[in-house]
Design a protein around this ligand. Sequence first.
Ligand code: COA
Length: 248
Amino acid sequence: MTERQVVLRETRDGVQTLKLNRPDKLNALDFALTEGLVQALKDADADPSIRVVIVTGAGRGFCAGADTREFQVLTPDNQALVERRAALTTELQGLVKQMSKPVIAAVNGYAMGGGCGLALSCDLALAGESARFGYPEVKHGIVAAIVMAGLVEHVGRKAAFDLVATGRTLDAHEARQLGMVNRVVADADLLGEVQALAQELAAHPLQAMQATKGIFHRVTELPFSEGLKIGQQLNAHMRAFRQAESTE
Ligand code: COA
């Protein structure tokens, strides 16, 4: 019997769709799925034939966050495992920013805790009408810790504290109002809309797209005056892009 693939990969016209494949557990992130997704994202980034990546979930969930059943073994007397888990989650939550190509989340259902963080970590996110978002960690007696930076970055302090302190669930429209997703579409249209957006990005000149993503994530980390400076440098450098494209 072949081993079930934890992340399904499908590539069409330069766009690779990564589908979390643990539908019976709403794609909760256990070790295997987290490792599988990290590897799949790294492979996609390294593959020159892929220009844009889509992340979505199999079944009725996008990703229900950390696998709560693993909490039983993640105890202080298993400190090495606890630290390995924290490092793996941190790697996943920060990975899209490190990648050279755009990643789009297609949020097709529950996006909770680390799953919500995953959606926010993508460069763009579209949600189906039935998508639900939230950071319920505090209800489990833990903290939405690794996902906190990404949440504050997207929604600001007041809204972020509301979400992590209440653990409440948001519908797709509220998530859109808070800036957690770009657009809400009918469930049935979600994958088609995301695929169309991905194809639009994939059609842009590669070097310009990669440099746009690169400078975007640097600028978000920098004070305005330094962001302006690296913009000036890229502006001078990018003049060579069009020449490079035309000689390809
Ligand atoms: N970890 C492990 N398993 C999970 C899970 C998680 N985070 N979230 C859902 N599942 C499993 C359920 O245990 C259930 O498995 P079972 O059929 O073997 O019992 C299956 O996925 C379906 O979940 P269920 O709760 O029956 O679906 P629902 O539609 O009634 O509720 C949620 C959906 C998302 C509201 C609910 O599953 C939930 O609250 N999950 C936990 C989310 C969470 O707290 N994430 C952050 C963890 S720090």
